[in-house]
Design a protein around this ligand. Structure first.
Ligand code: URA
Length: 436
């Protein structure tokens, strides 16, 4: 077999065999196939596409390219969740303890934020002492004893994906639905997931800008699940405007705690309830989505979800008093309100621009590994469709200094669009894609 033949075949729109895909992934991972051939191949895939079978072979080849986690001796069914990222998305911090309180164990590997899109680990790290770098043995032990983990990636999961992703990033080949689907699914499969709830975001602050693209990505990931023996359900959710109110690490941690107390923003709680319910069904803890919803509601009302967050924080070395008193979380020295310049209806609260404003404040990184400021961020006080009068608060900015405050304020003034005509609120969800 030769790499050039595989590239030409894909260039001509011919379906690749499992052997050819495995050969290519193996060769690129071990350095026998150079970057220029892999780049040409990725571009051919972007232009010609891949069938669901080809994408599944690619997913499995990437999942098998490094270490894999076997959770079968620790839990009866390993359910994972994955969000395609966004602004104000602190869902895992609520959902993992909540479903655990309903009897479903979850060992979740999360990431740090990059660019305007936040990361669960940064939010958790706003609790002093909380460890996000558990070893593989610690991860497995905690999953077996406590039944939940929220940590960073301790293994070299799907190294082929890491290599391909870096290459795609600089060769204009990120925006390929089969390459995105296989990238996401290979990491989940390598992390041991048998069932996966995918939260595919759509809109200004998401990878997928249109509903059609998001549906196509979701359907392909569900097919990969079917063909590889994993149960997958994909929720299509809105990311035109930020989720909840808080954007910024400590602010989001606080909002997650308040939500588990039953005091969170309505849209964020509705989102957590949907994701939790889908997980409880896939994890066979509830027969129907209605029963799952009732279980998750009950875990919230009885305070069990919050109690499991306390236990999670405690066992991972965090100071539990911060869960009991979230006002202790880091707070920025400057708070400044941005108000409506005119009367009217909110037509846009642009998630991407709000996320970028948070990065300008120091809440996010422009490069991997950069230091961030856990205290700064934005409280988003309005939603699309709201009516506001001139002078009414739109955003509360939490800043470290005047310079970053001014930069963020300028960005935020572009993020909100107010007009005279009424505007319908945005839906939270656009549908569910699953195999049945
Ligand atoms: N997220 C991933 O993990 N991979 C992609 O290719 C795109 C988004």
């Amino acid at each position: 077999m030769r790499a050039v033949d595989i590239i030409e075949k894909k260039r001509d729109g011919i379906e690749l065999s499992r052997q050819e895909i495995e050969y290519f992934v193996r060769g690129y991972t071990n350095g026998e196939i150079p970057d220029y051939q892999a780049a040409a191949w990725a571009m051919a895939v972007l232009l010609k596409g891949m069938t669901a079978e080809e994408t599944t072979f690619l997913t499995l080849a990437m999942a098998n390219s490094g270490e894999k986690l076997d959770l079968s001796h620790v839990v009866d069914i390993a359910v994972d969740k994955h969000s395609s990222g966004g602004v104000g998305d602190k869902t895992s911090i609520v959902v993992v303890p909540l479903v655990r309180a309903c009897g479903l164990p979850v060992g979740k590997m999360s990431g740090h934020g990059l660019g305007f899109s936040g990361g669960t680990l940064d939010k958790l790290e706003s609790i002093p002492g909380f460890r996000t770098n558990l070893s593989k043995d610690e991860f497995l032990h905690q999953l077996g004893t406590l039944g939940m983990v929220l940590s960073g990636q301790s293994l070299d999961l799907a190294p082929a994906d890491g290599k391909f992703y870096a290459l795609r990033d600089v060769t204009g080949t990120v925006q390929s639905i089969p390459l995105i689907a296989s990238s996401i699914m290979s990491k989940k499969i390598a992390a041991g997931a048998q069932a996966i709830v995918l939260d595919v975001k759509v809109g200004h602050g998401a990878f997928m800008k249109t509903l059609d693209e998001a549906r196509e990505l979701a359907a392909l990931m569900v097919s990969i699940g079917d063909l590889s023996g994993r149960d997958v359900a994909a929720v299509l959710s809105d990311m035109n405007q930020p989720l909840g109110q808080a954007v910024g690490n400590a602010l989001e941690m606080k909002e997650a705690i308040l939500t588990l107390r039953g005091e969170g923003p309505a849209d964020f709680w509705a989102h957590c309830l949907e994701i939790s319910s889908q997980m409880l069904v896939l994890g066979k803890r509830a027969e129907t989505i209605e029963k799952a919803r009732a279980m998750a509601q009950e875990a919230l009302m009885t305070g069990q979800g919050l109690e499991y967050l306390r236990r999670l924080v405690d066992v991972q070395g965090g100071d539990v008093s911060y869960v009991d008193h979230p006002e202790k979380l880091p707070q920025a020295p400057i708070e400044s309100m941005i108000t409506a310049p005119v009367n009217g209806y909110l037509h846009e609260v642009n998630a991407r621009l709000v996320g970028e404003a948070a990065v300008l404040l120091g809440a996010g990184r422009s490069k991997k590994g950069e230091e961030i400021d856990l205290a700064v961020g934005i409280s988003v006080l309005v939603k699309v469709g709201d009516y506001v009068e001139v002078g009414q608060p739109l955003f509360l900015v939490h800043a470290r200094d005047e310079t970053t405050l001014n930069l963020a304020a300028e960005q935020l003034s572009a993020a909100s669009v107010i007009a005279d005509q009424p505007k319908a609120p945005l839906p939270l969800f656009y549908g569910l894609v699953s195999s049945d």
